[in-house]
Design a protein around this ligand. Structure first.
Ligand code: FAD
Ligand code: NAP
Length: 350
């Protein structure tokens, strides 16, 4: 067990921002036994234990005097099938997009709009990943976890996960307690046209431009995966080239009355009515209005706002995590002063 631990270990290859930081100790958990052993034998020796997936939703602000456990549990099992659905259990260390590809290749529908989201399966419920009109929670049956304090295995139903917009119980009551080891997803066998989600943004437009000879009635989940992947490639910086963690802030939802007041001052403000009383306002639009699009923290800093998508903060090479956080705070202040809205980071600051 002892040789599982790596000391003073660089986390730079383990975070998509590409930030430099060292962990005092680092270990892979490749099996439940290894994870339980790390929790019971090694974790008590450290002030803090951090759980790491693909590092695509974290900002490292300095070296960590901690044990970092990288979840590397692997495996996909089909649990049960009906005429129309099937339940699969996926281990937390699997790469999320590998699972989407695997499902699409087998014509198992549901998660195709969540194509190309970096990171692991185990982190996906933490912020209830979502994109192009679909959220993970629509397909989750159960989430299996290990309790950090006792090493015991427990299972949560979908309802018990308290999923919300980029939110779940794993960000609140179970934040320091649950380590997700696997999920059970219920997917649809042989999805029909009516099952596809094409209404969001430019998905349908992209389908038409990629597949001009395919009629709308013949679209499949393979087409949807292609379209979503293509839009994402054109809009989002690739973390292997430019360090980033996707959207830095959540898109805020505000009371309708507040939105109406803003509309009177900024008639072009976009908004999506969520219910009779709340409106979601794209954070990227507000950040752009405040003049941040493409801007660096200062002339010599590599911490910047991406020039095509202002919701994405980037590291052009040598930025420090603290500079990324400072930039995010300056953006929050501008948006608060101009629109009276508090932007909440979606990214986890370590
Ligand atoms: P990490 O960054 O490693 O961890 C994130 C958090 O989850 C940490 O707090 C960590 O402690 C915790 N965690 C990780 N694994 C576990 C576990 N097994 N048990 C308990 N806690 C755990 N997100 C979206 O929702 N939609 C998108 O469309 C999207 N697009 C993105 C595009 C780009 C280019 C990038 C870089 C990111 C994007 N993201 C998106 C954000 C990110 O990909 C997701 O949040 C993803 O689920 C993070 O997975 P990870 O394994 O990298 O998590
Ligand atoms: P976009 O399509 O330009 O949309 C911008 C904003 O408008 C988002 O707030 C989005 O909400 C909202 N929106 C657009 N169409 C909508 C509709 N029909 N109904 C309700 N809300 C709508 O956004 P984008 O930046 O290119 O991203 C596309 C999708 O990928 C979005 O779903 C986004 O959340 C997701 N994404 C997430 C991350 C991340 O790191 N979290 C990174 C990249 C992309 P939603 O955000 O709620 O969809």
């Amino acid at each position: 067990m002892h040789n599982l631990i790596r000391w003073n270990y660089s986390l730079q290859p383990h975070n998509t921002f590409g930030l430099h930081a060292f962990a005092r100790a680092f270990a892979y958990a490749r099996s439940i036994d290894e994870l339980q052993m790390l929790l019971s034998v090694q974790a008590p020796k450290f002030a803090t234990t951090k759980i790491l997936g693909g590092g695509s939703n974290i900002v490292l602000t300095g070296d960590l005097d901690a044990l970092v456990i990288k979840i590397a549990l692997q495996g996909i099992t089909v649990l049960e099938e009906s005429a129309t659905t099937l339940d699969i259990e996926i281990a937390a260390g699997e790469e999320w997009d590998t699972i989407v590809r695997y499902a699409v290749q087998r014509n198992w529908g549901g998660i195709e709009n969540l194509s190309c989201i970096p990171g692991t399966v185990g982190a996906a419920p933490v912020q209830n990943i979502g994109a192009y009109g679909v959220e993970l929670c629509e397909y989750v049956r159960t989430v299996k976890c290990i309790a950090r304090s006792t090493g015991e295995i427990f299972e949560l139903s979908n309802a018990e996960c308290l999923f919300g917009y980029r939110d779940s119980i794993f960000k609140h009551a179970l934040r320091e307690e649950a380590i997700i080891t696997s999920l059970v997803l219920r997917l649809r066998k042989n999805p029909q046209l009516g099952d596809l989600r094409l209404h969001y943004g430019t998905v349908e437009q992209e389908l038409h431009s990629l597949f001009p000879h395919v009629s709308r009635n013949s679209y499949t989940i393979r087409h949807v995966r292609e379209a979503v992947s293509s839009i994402r490639r054109s809009k989002l910086p690739d973390p292997t080239t430019v360090g980033n963690a996707g959207s830095f802030f959540k898109n805020p939802d505000i009371p309708l009355e507040h939105y109406r007041l803003l509309q009177a001052r900024y008639p072009e403000i976009p908004g999506f009515i969520l219910s009779g009383t709340r409106v979601k306002v794209p954070a990227a639009w507000m950040i752009e209005q405040c003049g941040w699009k493409g801007k660096r923290l200062h002339a010599h800093s590599d911490a910047a706002v991406h020039d095509r998508q202002s919701l994405v903060l980037v590291n052009y090479g040598r930025a420090h995590g603290k500079e990324i956080v400072e930039l995010s705070q300056q953006i929050q202040q501008s948006v608060r002063e101009r629109f009276g809205i508090d932007l909440v980071p979606e990214v986890n600051i370590w």
